[in-house]
Design a protein. Structure first.
Length: 111
């Protein structure tokens, strides 16, 4: 898959669409650019987890995990589900998992 070629002949509508897509991509990349959020997404890529499970997996306090989950929710990357007192999180769609796979291949695969 190749990238499209953009030059001075790009029409205004295409340029506007490109800018909108760049903004969406930038917001997505900002959301995953924190190591805590990235680690949460890595764990959620393997399936739904409770907040307590994430705290244990990350060796982090509940407040820190909740803060990062809040940002991921704000960006639409994770979805909560309540079951009694427990709250479970899962990925909203496949975009974060696709990005995690790329990041894994680039930075972790040969470790």
């Amino acid at each position: 898959m190749g990238l499209p070629v953009f030059d001075q002949n790009v029409c205004a509508d295409d340029m506007e669409k490109m800018m909108l897509n760049a903004t969406r991509a930038s917001n997505f990349l900002k959301a995953i650019s924190h190591e805590g959020r990235l680690m949460i997404l890595c764990h959620l890529a393997t399936g739904e987890k409770s907040v307590t499970e994430l705290e244990e997996l990350l060796s982090a306090r509940q407040a820190a995990v909740s803060q990062q989950l809040s940002r991921l929710r704000l960006e639409g990357l994770v979805t909560p589900r309540r079951d009694g007192k427990a709250i479970y999180y899962s990925l909203t769609d496949d975009r974060p998992k696709q990005m995690i796979e790329i990041v894994y291949d680039m930075f972790c695969k040969d470790d």
